[in-house]
Design a protein around this ligand. Sequence first.
Ligand code: GAR
Length: 226
Amino acid sequence: MAKTSGSGPIRRRTAILISGRGSNMAALIAAAADPPFPAEIALVVSSRPKAAGLDKAGAAGIETAVADYAAGAMAAEAEIEARLAEHGIDLVCLAGFMRLLSPEFVQRWGDRMINIHPSLLPAFAGLNTHHRALDAGVKLHGCTVHFVRAAMDNGPIIAQAAVPVLDGDTPATLGARVLSAEHILYPKVLALVAAERIRVVNELCVFSNRPPPGDGPGVLVSPPGI
Ligand code: GAR
């Protein structure tokens, strides 16, 4: 349960950082539209001025900003930091944010910043994960939500969702199956983080008060019950 005050549940002010189409961002916004959800999406920041996700966020009535990496990574990161401060942001979700954040930024936000990656980490960090999964012949693939550390797609794993790799899959068909799982997993994990149900101990995640199992069909989500 999220902490409550006299006026209802505390909703942690959350920013989503994107670079592109923003389908995970949209899933988080949709989940947070439910008043008891323990996070409110207060800001979306894009590393690219033309990211399609910016229009989706604007249409949902969410404040948006651009931190244009074309102007240099240091300036862009300072812009992100300024916007997070301006909006009183407490949690950050990376959702297809395709830039590496500096160790200093990660140091400040690491245990309040989560990322979704389209593979079962630590397998297939980096790009082209679905292609590489097919090349490797794995039979299960999926996605991971983790706290962010300075190395790419690295940090304490909070939860994963697995999907089968089917005969005849292409990177596109497999990627679509994984993306559907991402949209299920990410809101569940944001709810857990916002409700402070997860602690990082020795760089491993420890859960408290996990709700009973109740996952969507066809997707194996681990740990069960998130
Ligand atoms: C998602 O599949 C996300 O997991 C991936 O980018 C895609 C963004 O799609 N992130 C990474 O690869 C991070 N290393 P979206 O903009 O539609 O959410």
